[in-house]
Design a binder for this molecule. Structure first.
Ligand code: SAH
Length: 466
């Protein structure tokens, strides 16, 4: 982040603008939204600037810039059409440690002005550091459309009652829960509908009820999907942003963790195969303990919590401790890998059923009903099967599956670094080891795998096909 965003208090700020053409006028217009004192120096001024002078909003000094104009200024905008003068003023201001911005000349700017969405007291400032102005405008339009204009009213309402709430609710968490209820519920609706009296009455009632209740914790068992953050559900995202504590393991991608409420405490509980950081029963207890302290605990799990996720065990402990919980489904790895590898798990010409099985090795064997797996027109997806791959292939062949049955391995499905290798039951072992396939990886067995040749759409350019 080369440009660090900050908001400057303009109450005592004295700002100089050099130049008084239309470019300068646009900066002055922005500055006029603030409390800054504005002095403009220029031998000539456009009508817009003259208008500001007439309305006594700015002071205009009608002459060329002199060095002494910088005296006692905190900030200077330079907007003349003479490149030499602009550079000179930049050098002078820099020497005197005055914040300087030469308009439309980023190399001569100590600070740059962001694109602003103004819903005062809520102000959103965005910048691309000058490198992607069109993208910035596009994002700004998107934001404008999701942040209602009337948000400003909510901001003013919060300002008015901030102290009252502080006095009535002593803990920071209680206050946060209360404000979330205000902003997410009927009080906000009344504010948006311009019914301030009703809003205030409802606000009072809500505040009374919050004052009485002890904050009750809750656990959200959230499926985070296979890795691509775009595959999160709306509900998952909403609850992640409410969390006080987040308990996550290795399968949850960094990009997804970024979306958790910034102030939430993040607890890593491992779960890499054979190096469990915390045993399962301790994870179960941790969830209950944090919720009983009054926290909103998000238990983030890769994929779907109820598919090879031990989600059931975690909530059984919660039931025992009388802790409230919710379960949020996620896109399971099989669904994510299949879509992003271009392998439909069922297809009228290939498979009428699909089985999800665990390929987890225990004592050098995999405890599965092999005859049930080896069926015509059935796709099998193995989770946790990387180490057990040779045994999986051997057992399937032993139970009658043709050794040239297509098989795919999808590593880091849906992520930027996804890799897919395909082969047959007899060749995949050497193909996977030559490609050095690493966890997390999923195995898909069945003739549907052959469809990838025509249906692959993701990372066509650089996907390594072996
Ligand atoms: N609850 C998870 C599964 C957990 S079991 C879900 O619904 O997806 C862990 C196994 O899931 C891994 O060994 C791997 O086989 C598979 N897996 C999870 N995420 C994956 C990913 N992004 N790419 C490939 N396989 C993945």
């Amino acid at each position: 982040m080369r440009y660090f965003p900050i908001f400057i208090d303009t109450k005592e700020l004295h700002c100089l603008v050099v130049g008084a053409g239309e470019v300068a006028a646009r900066k002055i217009e922005l500055l006029l939204k603030s409390d800054a004192r504005i002095t403009v120096v220029a031998p000539w001024a456009c009508d817009t600037v003259l208008g500001f002078v007439q309305q006594q909003q700015i002071t205009l000094i009608n002459r060329k810039f002199q060095d002494s104009d910088l005296n006692n200024k905190d900030m200077v905008f330079v907007a003349t059409d003479d490149g030499h003068i602009n550079a000179e003023i930049h050098a002078l201001a820099t020497q005197q440690k005055i914040l300087v911005n030469v308009v439309d000349n980023t190399p001569l700017c100590k600070f740059i002005t962001p694109s602003i969405i103004d819903r005062s007291p809520i102000v959103i400032a965005m910048s691309s550091g000058g490198v992607a102005p069109v993208l910035l405008r596009y994002l700004r339009q998107k934001l404008e459309s999701v942040i209602p204009k009337k948000v400003a009213r909510l901001g003013k309402f919060s300002e008015k009652f901030r102290e009252t709430v502080k006095q009535r609710l002593s803990s920071v968490t209680a206050r946060r829960y209360f404000w979330e209820d205000v902003l997410d519920g009927p009080v906000a609706e009344q504010i948006y509908n311009d019914n301030p009296d009703q809003a205030e009455a409802m606000f009072e009632t809500l505040l009374d009820s919050h004052g009485e209740q002890k904050t009750q914790g809750e656990v959200y068992l959230v499926g985070a999907g296979p890795g691509d953050p775009d595959l999160l559900t709306f509900k998952a995202l909403r609850l992640m942003q409410k969390a006080d504590v987040v308990v996550y393991d290795r399968l949850v991608s960094k990009d997804i963790l970024e979306l958790v409420r910034r102030d939430a405490e993040k607890i890593y509980v491992g779960k890499a195969k054979s190096k469990h950081t915390l045993p399962q029963h301790e994870i179960n207890d941790l969830l209950a303990r944090e919720a009983l302290k009054g926290n909103r605990v998000v238990r983030l799990k890769g994929g779907d919590p109820f598919i090879f996720g031990r989600g059931g065990e975690e909530i059984e402990t919660l039931v025992k401790h009388n802790v409230r919980f919710q379960v949020v489904p996620g896109v399971t790895a099989a669904a994510g890998a299949a879509s992003y590898a271009g392998i439909p798990l069922t297809h009228r010409d290939h498979a009428q059923s699909v089985v999800f099985a665990t390929g987890h090795l225990k004592d050098e064997s995999i405890d599965l009903d092999w005859p049930a797996l080896v069926q015509n027109n059935q796709t099998i997806v193995f989770y946790m099967g990387l180490t057990g791959l040779p045994i999986i292939c051997k057992k399937l062949i032993e139970h009658g599956m043709p050794s040239d049955m297509p098989i795919a391995m999808v590593e880091s499905a849906t992520m930027e670094h996804q890799r897919v290798v395909t082969g047959t039951l007899s060749t995949i072992e050497s193909i996977a080891s030559a490609a050095n396939i690493k966890p997390p990886a999923l195995i898909i067995v069945g003739t549907v795998v052959s469809l990838r040749d025509t249906l692959n759409w993701y990372q066509q350019e650089h996907s390594p096909s072996v």
